[in-house]
Write a protein that binds this ligand. Sequence first.
Ligand SMILES: [Zn+2]
Ligand SMILES: [Zn+2]
Length: 314
Amino acid sequence: MARTRKIVKSSVHRALNQIGDRWSQLIIQEAFRGASRFEEFRARTNAPRNTLSSRLRGLVANGILEQRAAKEGGARQSYHLTPMGLDLYDSVLIAWTWGIRWDATAPNGPAGLIHTECGKPMLPTMVCRHCGGDISLHACRHHEGPGAGIEEMEVTRLHRRRQSASDDAAPPIADVVDMTGDRWTGLVISTQYFGIHRFDDIQSALEIATNILTDRLRVLVANGVFERRLYEMSPPRYEYWLTKKGKDLYPHALALLLWAEKWLLKPGEEPPIIVTHRQCEQPVDAAVVCSECRKPLTPENVTERRVKDRKAVA
Ligand SMILES: [Zn+2]
Ligand SMILES: [Zn+2]
């Protein structure tokens, strides 16, 4: 059921509103790995049938997947990435990279990647299209764009994090999809890019419920994405800061932002946030390249390493 709320305009919000859900992320990833039939998605994601149906419907409605008859005149449907969906490849590559680098790959996720053009095991790397320099949180500057402001947005109710049996005891170990495929987790992380570190400030920036924010912060700290810093002794109060592992999620957020600006801005609408690459002072336009030969990566020139090869690169 859709409801609306007033929030600070952000392209990342819009992207996460469409694909910020664990199942949607897994479906998109499997579509890039060749899945197209309902049963294939089901076997590869382990999604319950109803959940899978509803997420596939949502991705079709949002223009990320399109449905085709699997056989001429047949009743069976298959699902394929549209140009808008194919354009999510950079964000998928960056998510895989983060999972591999930080030992947080999703179940059945790629354990390593090979660039078939140079033949080498590699890690996809985000670079600036203008100057070729690497892109990281510190290499970029953020300021308000001409489209900054508040907007009324329809918010889909996809905020439930994957529940784990250990929820009440030890915080769950999260994988890359928990970090990149959960709407609230993504939004909480993105407040860091604007220098927001305290609980109350994060809460008011996002209009997030206290219990959801507490839960996400707990997961982010437990998984080494945020670290707590004491700023008041009694009662003890903490600020939340990105760790190195957390900062390494930045290219993923940027990939989503660039995707949203390309596909989700309405006609005549200007971007709410401008990101500048410090090295060349140009508005960021990013490409994802092979860490070994620096050539652009495409779904056609990336293959996966098998799990047993993995130790060799580690
Ligand atoms: Zn640059
Ligand atoms: Zn290469």
